[in-house]
Design a protein around this ligand. Structure first.
Ligand code: AMP
Length: 584
């Protein structure tokens, strides 16, 4: 397929905002693509160039891209810089400045009819691979060559792709829906694609397998060492005694809930890879965990699930999440490792010596976990209380709070308590200290806009527009404006924090009523934990709107903390908010 055809589809995609129309455009293009192209089309649509866990870095800074445009357009770099200042979007700059000409780069790609998707992929791979001294010039020339033979629309999308500013407001859920509709006739089968995607984290692979082998091939996708899978998630309840009603098991395992970073560890002999909850490779962040997994996991191959928690080994106490975040750095990791030791608390094992344990019950997996971990001060199986009595869980919960922990995660011991990648079901129920006080729930919300500040806040934002995620519609729906609870420092930092996410228009997936339109829009990316007093019906918010168009809003929201470890799609869902509203 020619990149031109894809660019035409992108052009259409940019004009629509309804999910149904987006799915139709994407499904049409998926049907036309062959199996070697379809993976790239998925990545490009999402603004990536490969599966996101692979962390491909193109190294195309604004300056390099401007140079490429200048070469392809045969124009002085200063003109390109001026145009950038005027227009803002480099894609548009490429669109308007480069004209068809007999440029010296024209023969770089051996192509008669124009760039194919394969050509673009080859070009991007060459850009990725060039590193070291002189690489900036090589990168410039490769992009210039592509831009020279491309048509104006292709130029716009090529530049947006390499500058990571490609944004159609299409999320993974929409791409999966489009794949289901292209190959399986309807969106109905999307959950099967989603289940496989949760295991392999590669949407391009899902598309390829679907194209080549159909649904049969999809059901054969398995977890693989060193490829991250989506972690299982915990549900919430608003009343303590609901734990027992919802968990579907007489015996409940209440485990300590640690306030750290979720880490999925893959051990393959002496090779250990660590993934964060967002499925990024964080191996270099935690050399201590790597060593301890090698030393104290008594099996050759395993995939483990647990939490890295900042820990004071002298006083034997845990620190909260904020302390752990000080370890999140590129340099001096070893130094901080001594200053802030980390204890890896394990609560699951998903794979053991060639065998997936996903279809084993929680009690069986826990038994496996206990067999393979040599507990010590640095790596340990999570402490828990096994009981059928809620009072005992409450007692354990209080002990957890006394020990500086966040609360408990109650786990079902039923025979069907399988490990469910990416799913948030009642097999795991979290109960945190915030929940213990009446009408006090924290929500993890996605910031999509801001309003200017006045008076003391004139140099920063007055409040942020926060949304919940609706996975069925792949949309972000508004819940509240958040303006309190920030420290002075946090307030001052807000414009800087959102600087690169600023957008002129409403992001396609955001659902906002005119009456509360923010002054600034942001790409939905940053997740914030918010504490509120109560949920009420509101005509100005779009979250869980009823037939009279009334949504649900959170009253008296207060900032608690940022949740950098969460993706926008991991935020509290609109259905969860509706359930919480009903249970108030
Ligand atoms: P939350 O981030 O508030 O939605 O709570 C769920 C998170 O709690 C999980 O993603 C884990 O990172 C963390 N967690 C801490 N302790 C446990 C545990 N014992 N079992 C499961 N998750 C845990």
């Amino acid at each position: 397929m020619l990149f031109k055809e894809l660019s035409e589809a992108f052009e259409e995609l940019e004009k629509v905002s309804s999910q149904t129309e987006m799915i139709k455009i994407l499904a049409d293009i998926f049907k036309q693509a062959n199996a070697d192209e379809i993976d790239k089309i998925c990545y490009y649509t999402l603004g990536e160039t490969a599966a996101s866990y692979k962390k491909v870095t193109l190294g195309m800074a604004e300056k390099i891209v401007q140079q490429s445009i200048s070469l392809a357009a045969d124009m002085d770099i200063n003109i390109i810089k001026d145009e950038t200042n005027k227009i803002g979007d480099l894609g548009e700059v490429a669109f308007t400045t480069i004209k068809d000409n007999d440029n010296r780069f024209k023969t770089f790609f051996n192509t008669k009819n124009g760039l194919t998707i394969q050509d673009v992929d080859n070009g991007l791979k060459k850009i990725t691979m060039s590193s070291g001294s002189g690489s900036a010039e090589v990168k410039q020339k490769i992009l210039a060559a592509m831009l020279t033979i491309a048509s104006p629309f292709e130029r716009k999308y090529l530049v947006r792709l390499v500058t990571r500013t490609m944004e159609f407001g299409v999320g993974e859920a929409t791409v999966l829906n489009a794949l289901a509709s292209a190959f399986l006739g309807s969106k109905k089968e999307k959950p099967k694609l989603e289940a496989a995607y949760n295991l392999c984290s590669d949407i391009g692979l899902i598309a390829q397998v679907l194209d080549k082998k159909g649904l049969k091939g999809i059901t054969k996708i398995k977890i693989t060492l060193h490829i991250p899978m989506k972690p299982m998630l915990a549900q919430r309840v608003s009343k303590f005694n609901e734990i027992k009603q919802k968990i579907n098991s007489t015996i409940i395992a209440a485990e300590e809930k640690y306030d750290g970073e979720r880490i999925e560890a893959h051990k393959d002999g002496q090779t250990v890879t660590l993934f964060s909850r967002r499925l990024t490779d964080v191996t270099t962040q935690y050399p201590d965990i790597v060593e301890n997994v090698k030393k104290y996991v008594k099996t050759d191959k395993a995939i483990l699930d647990g939490e890295a928690v900042a820990y004071n080994d002298k006083k034997d106490v845990f620190y909260p999440f904020q302390k752990l975040m000080q370890r999140r750095r590129k340099y001096n990791v070893k130094e901080y490792m001594k200053e802030i030791p980390v204890k890896y608390m394990l609560f699951d094992v998903i794979y053991r010596d060639g065998q997936s344990l996903m279809k084993k019950s929680y009690p069986e997996r826990r038994k496996n976990l206990e067999e393979i971990i040599d507990n010590n001060n640095l790596i340990k199986v999570a402490n828990r209380r096994l009981t059928d009595n809620l009072d005992e869980i409450d007692e354990f919960f209080q002990e957890c709070l006394d020990n500086n922990l966040e609360g408990v995660v109650c786990k079902s011991c039923s025979p069907t308590s399988y490990y469910q990648a990416g799913a948030r079901k009642y097999y795991w129920i979290k109960w945190k200290k915030d929940y213990a006080s009446e009408l006090r729930d924290t929500l993890d919300l996605v910031v999509i806009g801001a309003y200017p500040g006045r008076g003391r806040r004139r140099n920063t934002y007055g409040s942020l527009l926060c949304t919940a995620y609706n996975p069925e519609k792949d949309a972000f729906q508004t819940v509240c404006k958040l303006g309190t609870g920030f420290s002075d420092q946090e307030l001052e930092n807000l414009p800087q924090k959102f600087k690169t996410l600023k957008k002129i228009n409403k992001p396609a997936r955001a659902e906002v009523l005119k009456i509360i339109e923010p002054t600034y829009y942001f790409t939905p990316k940053i997740v914030v934990e918010v504490l509120g007093a109560e949920l009420t019906k509101s005509p100005i918010h779009t979250c869980a709107q009823d037939e009279t168009k009334k949504g649900i809003s959170l009253r008296f929201p207060r900032f608690i903390r940022w949740r950098p470890e969460k993706n926008a799609e991991d935020a509290t869902t609109t259905t969860e908010i509706l359930d919480m509203f009903k249970e108030q």
